[in-house]
Write a protein that binds this ligand. Structure first.
Ligand code: GUN
Ligand code: ZN
Length: 426
């Protein structure tokens, strides 16, 4: 066992933050040998229970759960910052050409290292990631994630139509590849697989049907896709699937909505769509830097909470502009505030942080496993040094509440305050 003495941030079941200014985090193996949180709380309350345990004292530092990125594209690392007239031209002009390069395993392996280094530098310890349509891109990412001991979830993109040469796959082969990748990677160490139809317009009915059959055959496997991001995309999807009630319903009609299904964006929804999210147990990956960058629209937090479906935060790199959870939380705040196209709300700093940690874990069905530092959670955490940035150091010095402290880091912080990342206690 090993212990850390520092300020400690974790979350209660209702999503509120628990903050110990002088906390103790005790890490050690559970019955299965996984490195987990054995105890967390005030140093004054816990220290006497762990007399012989080596304790690292980290004055001025904050220990917090590793961030969870609910939606990111590993092959779009170099696509960040590509300007375009909205989603569909951006895909054609920048994204598909970059993704085509992942047919080459040398490129794919090299980019897996770059990608996982970036996530780590920004304090992200779990992500739900798109790879490309090339099965080898999944092997590249999974092998490197396995080497690092990460809890990572990823999948091969399915896109058998309306996609250029170089990224388009073939229906039957794509489903066979998906199933062999599930067998190879799902449940291997801490890795998980996600069935990954790119979005309804890029998938034939046969491919969506096959994806739904795999989702039923492997209920522990995740599903990830995009929905209701952009008005042109929605019009296209409606034209291609005229028999479905809405764009979101297309996925339901093919058996792709259930627990562990994560849909990126979910912006242009009506209440029936929201109710479908709730009743199926699917969750939204809210991707605010991407939505602002591509001009897609504003996620309606009030609508989501009013109907009551699950959501969490995501970078959506490379539509998104940053790997930084701090930048994503701030953009989510801006998007929440927007009150001209939907009700404007002020998301609390605790709620923003929860959405990027314990809330993301809940959306993934991994509540109590990652995204929190309650006893039993896997020991993935970050050490923050808010004094690493001068203006933030001043602001943190003046904070009189947990919300003021967290908001100072959300507004002013970035990877410069992520001093250390601990994966599975190491
Ligand atoms: N819709 C289909 N593919 C993509 C993608 O790569 N990024 C985003 N943001 N939306 C998509
Ligand atoms: Zn995306």
């Amino acid at each position: 066992m090993h212990a850390y003495r520092a300020a400690l941030l974790r979350f209660a079941d209702d999503g509120s933050a628990i903050y110990d200014a002088d906390g103790l985090l005790v890490v050690g193996p559970d019955a299965q040998g996984r490195q987990v949180v054995r105890a967390a709380g005030a140093h004054s309350r816990l220290a006497a229970n762990y007399p012989g345990v080596a304790t690292e004292h980290l004055p001025g530092r904050i220990i917090a759960p590793g961030f969870i990125d609910l939606h990111i594209h590993f092959p779009q690392t170099d696509v960040i910052g590509s300007p375009s007239a909205g989603l569909l031209p951006w895909l054609q002009d920048y994204t598909f050409p970059q993704e085509a390069r992942f047919a080459d395993p040398t490129h794919s392996d090299a980019m897996a290292t770059v990608f996982l280094d970036e996530l780590a530098r920004h304090g992200v310890t779990t992500a739900l990631a798109f790879c490309t349509s090339h099965p080898g891109s999944v092997d590249s990412l999974m092998q490197e994630a396995q080497r690092r001991g990460l809890r990572m979830i990823a999948g091969k993109v399915l896109q058998d139509r309306h996609s250029p040469d170089g990224v388009r796959d073939e229906t039957q082969q794509s489903l066979e590849d998906t199933e062999s990748l599930i067998r190879r990677w799902h449940g291997t160490d801490r890795l998980g697989y996600a069935i990954t139809p790119r979005f309804a317009p890029s998938c034939s009915e046969a491919q969506l049907r096959g994806a739904g059959e795999l989702a039923a055959k492997y209920p522990g496997v995740w599903i990830q896709s995009h929905v209701a991001e952009n008005k042109d995309e929605i019009a296209w999807a409606r034209q291609l699937f005229p028999g479905s009630r809405s764009y979101l319903s297309v996925y339901d009609d093919f058996g792709l909505m259930r627990e562990r299904a994560i849909y990126a964006h979910c912006i242009h929804f009506d209440d029936e769509d929201r109710a479908l999210m709730r009743s199926t147990g699917a969750a939204a990956a809210v991707s605010p830097t991407s939505n602002l960058f591509l001009g897609s629209g504003f996620f309606d937090f009030e609508g989501a909470d009013r109907i009551g479906f699950r959501y969490g935060l995501a970078s959506d790199v490379g539509g998104g502009t940053s790997f930084s959870p701090f930048h994503t939380m701030l953009a989510a705040y801006y998007v929440g505030r927007e009150g001209q196209t939907k009700p404007g709300v002020s998301l609390s700093p605790q709620h923003l942080w929860w959405q990027h940690t314990a809330g993301g874990a809940r959306a993934l069905g991994l509540e109590g496993t990652v995204g929190n530092l309650q006893p039993g959670c896997e020991a993935d955490f970050i050490v923050l040094d808010p004094r690493a940035m001068p203006l933030l150091a001043r602001k943190v010095g003046h904070a009189t509440s947990i919300d003021e402290l967290l908001f100072a880091m959300i507004v002013l912080g970035d990877d410069r305050i992520v001093e250390r990342v601990v994966i599975a206690g190491a």
